[in-house]
Design a protein around this ligand. Structure first.
Ligand SMILES: Cc1cc2nc3c(=O)[nH]c(=O)nc-3n(C[C@H](O)[C@H](O)[C@H](O)COP(=O)(O)OP(=O)(O)OC[C@H]3O[C@@H](n4cnc5c(N)ncnc54)[C@H](O)[C@@H]3O)c2cc1C
Length: 197
């Protein structure tokens, strides 16, 4: 299986977004029936946006019109924090004994990031960082330490503090999920044995 990891990510995000939209739509039509007779359909409602850098509280839930105006631009900082969060959590869940496919996926993901990261100067810088620090995918410990080191390379170039990489497992945990539903595919016992190096 050599599915593009970014493509899978987008597909998952799309499913989640559709599901949220359905739930919100149900919720809104429910509240229309019970409390707000003049309530407009979901498509013309104002709802809060996760893309807003200041993360408005729930009291401003009705303040942003998503139907008529483009969303506010996202800053490099917000994008960077979100991306590092995604990458460090991915590393936290990266298996101790990854399959060949998982190693390949992680390398491809980093290469794709260095080409498609939606901040041109950051992507160019990250290409150089990757050239000087080839991705280390041998195990959870190897990959999470590597990621910490390259994050520190970016930190250094921006004049930010250096993070102590021996504490990376304490800073970034796995996603909280019941019944191992968030395990990285292939990390379950006996799954992907044939791919193992
Ligand atoms: C691939 C990539 C390249 C980037 N390149 C640029 C660039 O060229 N120019 C630019 O202006 N911005 C760039 N950014 C954004 C930049 O790195 C920061 O994300 C942004 O400036 C916000 O910084 P921050 O201080 O909130 O913390 P971030 O650097 O976003 O870190 C988020 C959190 O991660 C933790 N952390 C910090 N360092 C480490 C580490 N080494 N290991 C583990 N955890 C750590 C800290 O708790 C921190 O609060 C890039 C981001 C990414 C993902």
């Amino acid at each position: 299986m050599s599915e593009n990891p970014i493509q899978s990510l987008f597909q998952t995000a799309q499913k989640i977004s559709t599901s949220i939209e359905t739930h919100l739509s149900n919720l809104l039509s429910h509240s229309t029936r019970h409390s707000r007779p003049n309530h407009k359909p979901f498509s013309s409602q104002k709802i809060s946006s996760y893309a807003t850098p200041s993360y408005p509280d729930t009291t401003s839930m009705q303040s942003i019109d998503i139907t008529h105006k483009p969303a506010a631009p996202v800053t490099k900082e917000v994008l960077g924090r979100a991306t590092w969060t995604f990458l460090h959590i991915l590393a936290a869940q990266y298996p101790d004994h990854p399959t060949r496919q998982q190693k390949k996926d992680v390398k491809e993901l980093m290469a794709i990031l260095s080409r498609m990261y939606p901040c041109g100067e950051c992507a160019d810088h990250f290409k150089e960082v990757l050239r000087a620090n080839p991705v280390e995918t041998g195990s959870h410990a190897e990959f999470s330490r590597w990621l910490c080191r390259v994050h520190n390379v970016v930190n250094r170039s921006l004049g930010k503090p250096i993070f102590p990489c021996e504490r990376v497992d304490g800073r970034w945990g796995k996603v909280e999920c019941e019944q191992r539903a968030c395990d990285v595919l292939g990390s379950l016992p006996n799954f992907g044995e044939e791919n193992r190096q």
